[in-house]
Design a protein around this ligand. Structure first.
Ligand SMILES: NC(=O)c1ccc[n+]([C@@H]2O[C@H](COP(=O)([O-])OP(=O)(O)OC[C@H]3O[C@@H](n4cnc5c(N)ncnc54)[C@H](OP(=O)(O)O)[C@@H]3O)[C@@H](O)[C@H]2O)c1
Length: 252
């Protein structure tokens, strides 16, 4: 006798129904994709970014609850932004960019700010989030896996890469019961990657398709899916989640 095949349809409520997600750097790339997914899962999203035009375009797409144009490295603007917020559920920080450069070419006046930028931004946001994120909500930072392998021109990226997991673990203790987590990505196909690579972008995509164990390029939707999981899984705190398609294990 043939066993009956039962096809069951799993129905579920949207995972973030009624919750509020703040994305600091939410008008493009990983941040915008996270806002899209959070909104699709029933969340109200609040977006920040520097360019008001870009922010408005993103806000109308994801039906944002509100937007604030600010430079996240401006601690005064960031304090004001958080002060005016109601209690929120999650904060994702995607503002910022890496600094690549050889020691001999470094403009120390410029990089003095850049070195601290990621670390200070994380600290500013954490101090504000401690009072605004409800218990069990999470703060998510963005780091990378590329800086784990020493290379010429990668000193600052590597230093920040090494610092962020430690910072995340410590903050997770200090601002509990708010959770703190870090996503460490490899190459992600975003406007930032397009800008950094210029006319080499397609070549890089093809190279990654050939060399990565997953046989494809990681996109912002992959990272957004991880971010939503971290928001909803209340067992996760103090940890770093790699999402690089295996890039750190191959010469890619
Ligand atoms: N793409 C990758 O391969 C990759 C890999 C590992 C880690 N990451 C990290 O992940 C984060 C997001 O990367 P992404 O590729 O999604 O970047 P992206 O495409 O450039 O998007 C960044 C978003 O953040 C905003 N932003 C940038 N600097 C800001 C600032 N100082 N204050 C406020 N908003 C700011 C941008 O809008 P405005 O420019 O209008 O402000 C934009 O909305 C970055 O920290 C990046 O270093 C990226």
């Amino acid at each position: 006798m043939n066993a009956a095949i039962t096809v069951s349809h799993i129905e579920r409520d949207p995972e973030l129904l009624g919750q509020t997600v703040v994305v600091i750097g939410g008008s493009a790339g990983i941040g915008l994709e996270t806002a899209r997914r959070a909104s699709a899962e029933g969340a109200k999203v609040i977006l920040t970014g520097r360019s008001p035009e870009r922010l408005q375009r993103a806000a109308s797409e994801v039906h944002a609850l509100s937007t604030t144009a600010l430079d996240a490295t401006d601690s005064v603007a960031l304090d004001r932004f958080f002060r005016d917020l109601p209690t929120i559920d999650h904060v994702m920080v995607t503002a910022g960019r890496p600094y690549y450069g050889r020691l001999a070419d470094m403009d120390f006046a410029k990089i003095r700010g850049l070195i601290g930028e990621h670390i200070l931004l994380a600290l500013y946001v954490a101090r504000n989030a401690a009072n605004k994120v409800r218990p069990g909500g999470t703060l998510i930072f963005m780091g990378g896996t590329g800086g784990r392998r020493p290379a010429i021109g990668m000193s600052i990226v590597s230093a920040v890469t090494a610092a962020l997991p430690a910072l995340t673990a410590n903050l997770a203790l200090e601002i509990a019961p708010v959770r703190v987590n870090l996503i460490a990505a490899g190459f992600v196909d975003t406007p930032l990657s397009a800008e950094l690579l210029g006319d080499q972008l397609e070549k890089r995509r093809n190279q990654l398709r050939t060399t990565l164990p997953i046989g494809r390029v990681v996109g912002p939707a992959d990272v957004a899916a991880l971010a939503i999981h971290i928001m909803t899984n209340t067992a996760l705190t103090g940890a770093t989640y790699d999402i690089d398609g295996g890039q750190q294990f191959v010469a890619a």
